[in-house]
Design a protein around this ligand. Structure first.
Ligand SMILES: Cc1cc2nc3c(=O)[nH]c(=O)nc-3n(C[C@H](O)[C@H](O)[C@H](O)COP(=O)(O)OP(=O)(O)OC[C@H]3O[C@@H](n4cnc5c(N)ncnc54)[C@H](O)[C@@H]3O)c2cc1C
Length: 474
């Protein structure tokens, strides 16, 4: 029935961007149908009992600075519908010897733990945090001439540097350098690449400005809020409905694709002109990830006190060590000592595990399409900073980079950002055009994280695409 009628808009893919697009269009009074390949909506923001009964794990996204900062989540009422859980320590970066760098919401509290680098941390982040409201449209939208050129220039001059260059210019000791490098390494770039510092600056600024919270009950709560809003406005979702060709879609005035360029080509090539097909074909994907979830009998016994109070941790040691691990990945090798991103939500959210028990979430970077189970190497990194960790493991679930693509067709080769986010592709995402959401075919839009502002659960790609699509629906 739903597949037989005519719609104003069809959205392919019920990830955070597809759903944000659908809600934006439905809220404007237009009819919307979302078609999702999998049995549940959510894409990279689902929660599941993937180890033992009663242990609820975030399969993909876990920590949501971009979610709380997202203008569209605020506008759609998603931010208010989700209960955000804030940690005492936003981020801990353990180092050998039982010590950890700690990032707090307060810049001063962070600086106080960084010894002689404290003042430099303040000098780096204080202006950035005060500029953040003026920079947000630039950071969370397509590239435009900035409305606040001084703030943009101040950010840009630093953001264009490499992680190594910026960390060495600003900090003298391993702790601050590693704390910064761990944030920047989210970008999955080599720490020596130009503009690799940008992610560290943005994530650090958001940590100080809005925090790095998790959603109570799991990231699924964000999706539940989006699907509830969609239905309130009359939108519909059909699950288990992989779209193989755009020719098979029900009739509609516009189509929004929450998929990456390679899939757009696979399902819609016939609709796109040759020049656009060529442009999409040149889109580059990045390394993959291996994801591990554990059910634990007790919290991780971190040596560093700050690490016990943090929801997010970065493991991998010093900037030099993280750099080595990332270079290996970029050369197609499996790193023996990977850089690991950790989240321990049950420290603050007891709803996710049986009483007294805990969950732990981690992933590390691996070469694209790697089928390597990294759980041994990740556990060795955790043991390094939390001896006795292995004794607390009740069960684990591993998703290799190949499994990630199987789980979500958007994760090409295990790339979780919908395409590499280096200097060139940040500005030409997915193709070099002024309005990146518009495709070469009238009425068809791309709205996934392969468009600006890129990866993360913020819905902004979907929002920008939906606003353009709404012009066709006037
Ligand atoms: C391990 C991991 C950790 C992460 N951690 C974080 C984090 O802590 N914080 C954060 O903000 N972000 C995080 N992310 C990134 C975040 O999940 C993604 O950037 C985000 O989900 C992208 O949203 P999207 O809507 O563009 O695409 P997706 O979430 O990938 O959704 C795309 C949807 O489209 C569907 N689809 C694809 N092809 C078709 C088709 N042909 N027909 C029908 N449906 C189709 C897919 O099944 C999927 O549901 C993480 C991702 C991973 C994998």
């Amino acid at each position: 029935m739903l597949l037989n009628r005519r719609w104003d808009a069809i959205v392919v893919g019920a990830g955070p961007n597809g759903l944000a697009a659908a809600v934006t269009i439905a809220q404007a009074g237009k009819s919307v149908l979302v078609l999702e390949a999998q049995a549940t909506p959510g894409g990279g923001s689902r929660t599941a009992e993937s180890t033992l009964p009663g242990f609820r794990h975030d399969v993909c996204s876990a920590v949501h600075p971009l979610g709380v900062a997202s203008p569209v989540f605020r506008r759609l009422g998603i931010s208010d519908a989700v209960e955000w859980v804030y940690p005492e320590v936003e981020l801990a970066h353990p180092l050998d010897g039982g010590h950890a760098g700690a990032l707090y919401r307060s810049i001063d509290a962070t600086a106080a733990g960084l010894g002689r680098d404290g003042v430099s941390w303040q000098n780096l982040f204080t202006p950035l945090v005060s500029d953040l409201p003026r920079l947000t449209p630039l950071l969370l939208g397509p590239f435009r001439l900035p409305r606040h050129p001084i703030a943009a220039a101040r950010f840009g001059l630093r953001a264009l540097r490499s992680v190594r260059g910026l960390a060495h210019a600003h900090f003298q000791d391993d702790t601050a350098r590693a704390l910064f490098a761990g944030m920047a390494a989210h970008a999955m770039l080599r720490l020596e690449q130009p503009a690799s510092a940008a992610f560290g600056l943005v994530l650090g600024a958001f940590a100080h400005a809005v925090g790095w919270p998790v959603a109570r009950g799991g990231s699924q709560a964000i999706i539940d809020a989006l699907t509830t809003k969609l239905r309130e406005h009359g939108g519909e979702i059909v699950l288990n409905q992989p779209v193989v060709s755009l020719d098979d879609l029900p009739e509609s005035r516009v189509v929004l694709l929450d998929v990456t360029p390679r899939q757009a080509l696979a399902i819609g090539a016939r609709r796109f002109p040759a020049y656009y097909r060529r442009q999409l074909g040149r889109f580059r994907y990045g390394p993959g990830v291996c994801k591990v979830d554990w059910a634990l009998s007790a919290p991780v016994p971190w040596q560093a006190p700050a690490a016990r109070k943090a929801i997010t941790l970065h493991l991998g040691g010093t900037l030099d060590e993280i750099s080595r691990a990332e270079i290996e990945v970029h050369h197609g090798h499996i790193p023996e000592q990977p850089y690991v991103l950790i989240s321990q939500p049950t420290i603050y959210d007891a709803t996710r595990a049986p009483a007294g028990r805990h969950t732990l979430w981690a992933y590390c970077h691996v070469p694209a399409h790697a089928d390597e189970d990294m759980s041994e190497r990740i556990e060795a990194q955790i043991e390094r900073f939390a001896p006795g960790f292995r004794e607390r493991i009740l069960a684990r679930n591993v998703l290799t980079a190949i499994d990630m693509q199987e789980y979500n067709a958007n994760y090409i080769g295990g790339d979780i950002n919908g395409g590499i986010q280096d200097l060139r592709q940040v500005f030409t995402r997915p193709t070099p055009r002024r309005t990146p959401y518009i495709t070469g075919a009238k009425g068809i839009y791309l709205c996934s994280s392969s468009t600006p502002p890129g990866g993360g659960v913020h819905g902004m790609c979907g929002y920008h695409a939906a606003r353009l699509a709404l012009r066709d629906l006037r």
